[in-house]
Design a protein around this ligand. Structure first.
Ligand code: NDP
Ligand code: GDR
Length: 353
């Protein structure tokens, strides 16, 4: 029997990889995209085909996490076997600027989807996946972090996601829904949004290598993250939903690197060494041969409250789901830098026409 899946946030990094994975597995997929004044579906355009010509397995429908009536109608019309709730205002720094909107879309948006399943009496049929996050650990209470590590959110984003995590647990316990949390550590790819630190760095490295930019401005270089590849992580999401019983799982690589190390790895991909000098906001990264400054600190990118170190313990996912992250950080960095060399050159050529 063909399974039906509904993905909120399909136009984002994970939505695109997950849609591809589910289509390859023979699913019929509805992707929820929100109305924007310019095209916002570039990441999934290759999956789209004209619904007037055939009966495509992949369809885009308009929706928004802040609109309960819309979500109820979409779930009623699509009667999904599985809902992957990936939509969110997902930028931690931006959440300090837009805290109320972040709470509305990330916390209440999750509640709206769960309530829609309940109102429509689909609890026995529809499985629910919530995109929870390592940001829940925030000011970490132990390292590495596992499913039993206490939470201590450090941003409006993390506080909103904390509500979403617990409301998912509550609907599972109160109504017997098949509702699970994936507590995912950072995962990246060439499709990562350009303002997250990894992609910001790989794009800048490409532009500097091509002579189109002279330096990159960053914030806290000491923060450490457990970075994996998004392609591996959407496979983990799917495995979580296929379990007989709903549950919560950490997906992580188990290894952490600093932002400074990520910068070094990315520049090394284009044969560029970085020499560091100074401290704090005065720190600079130079080309040791020419002395040119390639990395500078801009305090604008510091957060009011920072998350210093995230490193996950994926033991439960390995044992119960048979899942582990297969991509090493060096391969991820190489793939992202290569893709950005190509993308930045193409953008430049288009602009110069
Ligand atoms: P992205 O920011 O790339 O994608 C977010 C998606 O949500 C986009 O499709 C965006 O639409 C959509 N969206 C945002 N607000 C709304 C709204 N109000 N209504 C409908 N859609 C909305 O995030 P990722 O793909 O990286 O992450 C997917 C999910 O996983 C997010 O919930 C994120 O918080 C969570 N997460 C991500 C991790 C990571 O490392 N990537 C780690 C742990 C959790 P548009 O394209 O129009 O902006
Ligand atoms: P994060 O990702 O906050 O972990 O959230 P991000 O890449 O934004 O930041 C990672 C770390 O890098 C430091 N940093 C900078 N960050 C950005 N964006 N820009 C900079 O210039 C910069 N300089 C240093 C940050 O301070 C931080 O410590 C991501 C998102 O995908 C969330 O949705 C998800 O829940 C978590 O990962 C897990």
């Amino acid at each position: 029997m063909e399974k039906h899946a509904l993905i909120t946030g399909v136009t984002g990094q994970d939505g695109a990889y997950l849609a591809e994975l589910l289509l390859a597995k023979g699913y019929r997929v509805w992707g929820v995209k929100r109305r924007a004044s310019s095209f916002n579906s570039a990441r999934v355009d290759h999956l789209y085909s004209d619904p007037h010509v055939n009966d495509p397995k992949f369809r885009l429908v308009y929706g928004d996490m802040t609109d309960a009536t819309n979500l109820i109608r979409l779930i009623q019309e699509t009667q999904p076997d599985e809902i992957y709730n990936l939509a969110a205002q997902s930028h931690v720094h931006v959440s300090f600027e837009t805290p109320e909107y972040t709470a509305n879309s990330d916390a209440l948006g999750t509640l709206r989807v769960l309530e829609a399943i309940r109102i429509l009496k689909l609890g026995d049929r529809t499985r629910f996946y919530q995109a929870s996050t390592s940001e829940l650990y925030g000011k970490v209470q132990e390292t590495p972090q596992s499913e039993t590590t206490p939470f201590y959110p450090r941003s409006p984003y993390a506080a909103a996601k904390l509500y979403a995590y617990w409301i998912t647990v509550n609907y599972r316990e109160a109504y017997g829904m098949h509702a699970s949390n994936g507590i995912l550590f950072n995962h990246e790819s060439p499709l990562r949004g350009e303002t997250f630190v990894t992609r910001k760095i790989t794009r800048a490295v490409a532009a500097i290598k091509l002579g189109l930019q002279d330096r990159v401005y960053l914030g806290n270089l000491d923060a450490k993250r457990d970075w994996g590849h998004a392609r591996d992580y959407v496979e983990g999401m799917w495995r979580i939903v296929q379990q007989e019983a709903p549950d919560d799982y950490v997906l992580a690589t188990g290894v952490a690197f600093s932002v400074r190390e990520f910068v070094e790895f990315a520049f090394a991909e284009v044969g560029q060494k970085i020499e560091w000098e100074g401290d704090g906001v005065e720190e600079k990264g130079r080309d040791p041969e020419s002395g040119k400054v390639l990395v500078e600190i801009d305090p604008r990118y510091f957060r009011p409250t920072e998350v210093d170190l995230l490193m996950g313990d994926p033991t439960k996912a390995k044992e119960k789901l048979g899942w582990s992250a297969t991509t090493k950080l060096n391969d991820l960095v190489a793939e992202m830098v290569r893709a950005d060399l190509d993308a930045v050159a193409k953008e430049h050529n288009r602009r110069s026409l």
